[in-house]
Design a protein around this ligand. Structure first.
Ligand code: AFP
Length: 347
């Protein structure tokens, strides 16, 4: 005898995971797709789940604090930086379609060799953004950007050169915030979608479909301690937001993890600024694996991102760990910001 499910029963089993969502997007927008791209993304989701498991037990395991070495940027590596990087390298390394990776924690790009054929994809990532916050239970995250491997000359004579592609070439980008819950946000150029990790089933479940950044917000986000060394036009713009002249009362929120500050900006609108400063005249954030992926997501959600004079995604990178100033947010705030910088350009 066959038993049919009632509608209520069926609802109980309805779940849309990130893997299902990616496959459905592929079928809709690239009907000839082989599933190879979905396989790559599942490597990233697995690595982030491994990292999230460690982050959640951070006070219990011996994984807080510094690892005792410095990364290529001269920054102190945290033990969790090292773990999160290893998880990504491992999960991507076992996927035949990944040709090259580059991360904040490794000086050079890594070419996966010993393959039967050339891999199709390049993956750039910051394995644990905001890691200096981990010991004080503040949100951290993982950011990634996916590009096509230029196959003309495979294997490339210099793997570093193959990763130097502007952000407009990104095939996909995303991030995970290990916050009060764990959320993964991604785009493949067809909108921005968010998935919350359901720890009871171990899956990222669709929770925020087709995210749109509000056209205008009420929050600005920048490290006020550097005020004196911000260029004058940035100070003028921030004064404008603070003074109420923008027509609304702004609040300041600054977490110090780009991934968390950006996630709030994506959902609530407003603007995040990391301008040039005296100690970081080229900005602090990394173009390839921090600014580009969040810029792609911001634009897909209706927002904008600039380095002060150029659209972030059009900057042609010269080195894999290149830094950039980053101003990113809602259309209204970004247009106003550009009026302040244009005044300087005209003077
Ligand atoms: P850490 O990974 O060393 O914590 O740096 C985080 C970060 O790169 C980025 O996530 C923040 O937006 C930015 O630095 C904060 O920098 P300041 O401490 O200079 O404000």
């Amino acid at each position: 005898m066959t038993k049919s499910l009632s509608l209520t029963d069926a609802k109980d089993y309805t779940i849309s995971t990130v893997e299902q969502h990616i496959l459905a997007q592929q079928q809709k927008h690239s009907p000839d797709a082989t599933g190879s791209f979905s396989w790559l993304l599942s490597g990233i989701t697995l690595a982030t789940k491994m990292t999230e498991a460690r982050v959640r037990r951070a006070g219990l395991l011996d994984i807080c604090g510094a690892a005792g070495n410095r990364n290529v940027q001269g920054e102190e590596q945290q033990k969790l930086d090292v773990y999160a990087d290893g998880a990504m390298v491992h999960c991507l390394g076992v996927r035949e379609n990944v040709a090259l990776i580059a991360s904040e924690e490794n000086e050079e790009a890594i070419l996966f060799d010993g393959r039967s054929g050339p891999g199709k994809y390049v993956v750039l990532f910051d394995p644990l953004d905001g890691s200096s916050n981990i010991d004080v239970n503040v949100s951290v995250g993982t950011i990634f950007s996916i590009l096509a491997m230029p196959l003309e000359a495979y294997p490339p004579a210099d793997p570093n050169v193959a990763v130097l592609q502007p952000g407009v070439k990104q095939l996909a980008a995303g991030y995970v915030v290990y916050g009060s819950s764990t959320i993964l946000v991604y785009t493949t150029g067809h909108g921005v979608h968010g998935f919350t990790l359901d720890p009871t089933v171990g899956a990222y479940v669709l929770s925020h479909e087709n995210i749109r950044m509000p056209e205008q917000g009420k929050i600005y986000s920048s490290n006020d301690a550097y005020w004196d060394s911000f260029p004058e036009e940035y100070r003028n713009y921030l004064e404008y937001l603070r003074s109420g002249r923008a027509g609304r009362q702004y609040a300041l929120r600054y977490i110090g993890s780009l991934v968390a500050d950006f996630h709030r900006t994506l959902l609530k609108g407003g603007v995040f600024l990391y301008p040039p400063t005296a100690s970081n005249p080229q900005g602090k954030l990394r173009l390839l694996y921090e600014a580009n992926p969040v810029a792609f997501i911001a634009e897909q959600a209706g927002g904008m991102a600039t380095n002060g004079s150029e659209r972030i995604m059009e900057i042609v990178p010269r080195s894999i760990h290149q830094r950039t100033p980053l101003m990113i947010g809602s259309k209204a705030e970004m247009n106003e910001f550009q009026q302040f910088t244009r005044q300087v350009a005209r003077a």
